[in-house]
Each structure stands twice: as C-alpha cells, then as structure tokens.
Design a protein around this ligand. Structure first.
Ligand SMILES: N[C@@H](CCOP(=O)(O)O)C(=O)O
Length: 424
C-alpha cells in the first residue's frame, strides 16, 4: 500500500503493524553525508528516500521544515564518553513532539485534498497525549480523542491533554494505559465504528509516528561522531516505538554499535533479552509513568527487525531495569555528579548507559535519550533533588487552566458510545 494509506489506516485489519517494505538500505555514506545537518534537513532526506515518489520534493521539504522548528541537541555529561540527547525542546517538552508534529504535517498535506473528517484515537501513559494534542490542535479536518489512565499521569501532563478544547477531547479511563491501548486497538477492528468514522492512530502503532523518531538518532550521531568511537544509544522505553525507530535507521545504514533498552519495573523486554521468552504482563504503576506499559505494541516490530531471532536481538540490544527507589537515587546522584537535572525516565536511560559502560564496553561513545523535560514532573523532581526547578513558560501557563475530560470505565462499549455521542 502507499504511504498515504498506511498513514491514515494506521492498523491493518489482521491486527499486525505496518512496516516499510523493503526497508531501504541507504548505506553508511548516506548517513555520514546528512548527519551534520539540521533535524528538518535530516527528516527531509530520509522521508524522500522512503516515499519521495508520493509527494513532490518541494512539498516534502516544506512539511519537514514546518514540523521541526526546534533542535534535538546533545549535551555532554562526560567528554567523549557519555552524553544525553535532549528531545524535549518542542512544544510539549517531550520526545513525542517529533513524531506528532511530523504526522500532523503529513496529515494536513493529504487532508487538504479531501473533505472527510479524520478521527484520531490515541492512548497515552503521559507524554504522547500532550504532544498529539498540541501537534494537531486546530488542524482542519482532524478531530483527536485521547484516552489516558485516571490518576496515572502527572498533573502537568494531564493539563496538556485536557485543556486545549476545540478539536481535542480527552477520555479519562478508570484503568491502566494497557486498558486504554486495548480499547484503541479494538476500535480499529470494529467494522461498525469504522463505517461511521474515518479512524486513524497517532500512537507509535502508526508507522508514520515512528519513522520521524529515527531522525534524531541521526542528528545525535552527527553531534558525537567527532570522537571516532562506536556509538551506543540508551533509550528509556515503554511502548518501544523509540527503540524500533532507532533500530530501523540502524538497519538503513546509520552506524550504531549497540542499543540499550532501559525500563522501569515494566521490564518485559529486558526480561526477554535475558531469557528468550516474551511474557507481556499487567502494567505496574511507577514514578516514571510514561513507561508504564506491560504489553508494548512495538515488541513485534523489534522482533521482526531482528528476523524473529533472539540471538540477533540479544547481540544488538542489552536491557536494564530499575525500580522507583533506584530511580530516585539515580536522579539525585546524576544531579550531584553531573550537575544535570533529569525526569525519572531520563534518569533510567542514563543509569542503563552507565551500567552498560561498566559491565560490557567502556570504549564507546554513549548517548542516553532525554525523553521529557524535568519540569513535567516538578513536584517529584523537586522532592527528590531537594531544590526548586524552573518551569518553561509554555508549561507554566497550563497550571491555571481547568481540565475537561469525559470519565469512562475501562470498557470498550462505554468508550464507543461516548465517542459516537461526542463526535456525531
Ligand atoms: N509512553 C507513551 C505511551 C504511548 O506510546 P506511543 O509511543 O505508542 O504513543 C506515552 O507517554 O503516552
């Protein structure tokens, strides 16, 4: 199918996930050539290689530049050894802005040619919701419904996804993120609902939410290659879209030596790497809530990328996991040792990287992905560090806005009825 169809369909009827076929082998020299460019130019070059025959060069260039007016800078913690890739300089202060803004730009491009309204469904454990709300707010022809687990996202995350109004509405679900994700997936295979509404997803099950997340690995590579060392990425993970995106660009030719899957106690992938058995679980609530995913959607993509071969998987990726006590201790130590303030997710990424450097290979350039700005978790960060932190203006102003959400039980029928009532 075309890129446009995969973008709007999001989830195939057989409940699988779309992948670019074949994944183009662009080679290391392609990536060496573009890695020093801006995020927007890198995004343009990769998009053109993937589906440049479907959109004119000028339009593709315009939409990638519209999507990425911000950068994803690398900040060094230890020169030539360890750094963080700051992915929180977009509007919602989380890495999800990259995927959400690219998808919104691409959908606007295609939606201009049709008068049918697209209904985007999205499940969030914290960060996707805010990024999608901001990325799609006021995009003509698009309505967004966000499902989030009641009481299991931070206050500011909740404000981001419940206060915009207009074409954005939030469903507060009495359940876990996995319940929200299951409801969304069921909606995509519900024939009646799909007859009534044109549904699309902005979660990483949508391949076009995930492809742009590969762009910042390339941008990071361009910022650390001067050390001439093999590059290793440590990615804090929940639904595993971020790691799948990294492995995809690696297989397209980006020189990456190894990946680290860093998780909280929702550790199904680190456990799989160790044992070879994949056992999804009920998610556990933690202080790194955006990673509270017990049945990660993208595990099948990762397994597929490694040819469903556990040995290949294990050779390319190591796994580490941390409980809340270790996460708190890590946030505090990272602050004292490097004078760097992290959110709990980023701390887990840095701890995973440190563990890899000491256990397995210290002669590499390690890059931990900093997935969210610490101020999204202000009360927790201030309590753990014992100091006040700054909140960027665009987040601080949300504090006074009042939340608007539709509260539902974690049941598909309740969601369906409520969605149809609110949309039709
Ligand atoms: N960690 C996510 C959960 C949804 O993941 P996605 O990458 O599939 O959108 C969140 O913060 O909502």
């Amino acid at each position: 199918m075309s890129a446009q169809e995969a973008l709007f369909h999001s989830l195939p009827a057989d409940k699988g996930l779309y992948m670019p076929t074949p994944l183009p082998e662009l080679g290391a020299s392609f990536f060496e050539d573009i890695a020093g460019q801006s995020l927007a130019d890198i995004g343009f070059a990769i998009s053109k290689a993937l589906f440049g025959d479907e959109i004119s060069t000028a339009e593709l260039e315009e939409l990638t530049h519209h999507a990425f007016p911000f950068d994803t800078p690398v900040v060094e913690l230890e020169t030539g050894k360890m750094s963080v890739l700051e992915l929180f300089h977009g509007p919602s202060l989380a890495f999800k802005d990259v995927g959400a803004r690219y998808m919104a730009a691409l959908m606007s491009h295609y939606s201009r040619r049709t008068d049918k309204e697209v209904n985007i469904l999205v499940a969030t454990s914290g960060d996707t919701g805010g990024a999608v709300a901001m990325g799609f707010h006021n995009v003509p022809g698009v309505r967004v419904s966000i499902l989030y687990p009641s009481g299991r996202v931070s206050d500011l995350q909740e404000k981001q996804l419940t206060t915009l109004g207009g074409n954005i509405q939030a469903f507060e679900v009495d359940g876990s993120f996995d319940d929200c994700q299951a409801i969304v997936k069921q909606a995509f295979v519900d024939a009646d609902l799909n007859d009534a509404l044109s549904l699309s997803s902005a979660n990483s099950i949508n391949i076009f939410r995930l492809i742009p997340q590969g762009f910042y690995y390339v941008r990071a590579y361009g910022q650390v290659r001067q050390y001439g060392k093999p590059v290793v990425f440590s990615t804090p993970s929940g639904n595993f879209g971020n790691l799948s995106a990294g492995v995809m660009v690696q297989q397209m030719g980006l020189p990456v030596a190894h990946f680290i899957a860093a998780t909280n106690l929702n550790k199904v992938v680190p456990s799989y790497i160790q044992s070879g058995t994949y056992l999804p679980m009920s998610s556990v609530a933690t202080i790194s809530n955006a990673m509270d995913v017990g049945s990660p959607s993208n595990f099948v993509r990762l397994a597929h990328l490694y040819g469903d071969d556990h040995e290949r998987f294990k050779a390319n990726m190591s796994g580490y996991f941390y409980d809340d006590e270790q996460t708190r201790a890590g946030m505090k130590r990272i602050y004292n040792q490097y004078d760097y303030v992290t959110c709990p997710h980023t701390a887990i990424g840095i701890m995973g990287l440190e563990a890899y450097l000491s256990d397995k290979d210290s002669n590499v350039m390690g890059v931990a992905l900093a997935t969210a700005h610490p101020s999204k978790f202000k009360p927790l960060v201030e309590e753990v560090l014992g100091t006040e932190i700054d909140v960027p203006e665009r987040l601080a102003i949300l504090g006074n806005r009042s939340k608007q959400s539709i509260r539902i039980p974690a049941e598909y029928d309740a969601f369906k009825e409520s969605l149809l009532t609110s949309v039709l």
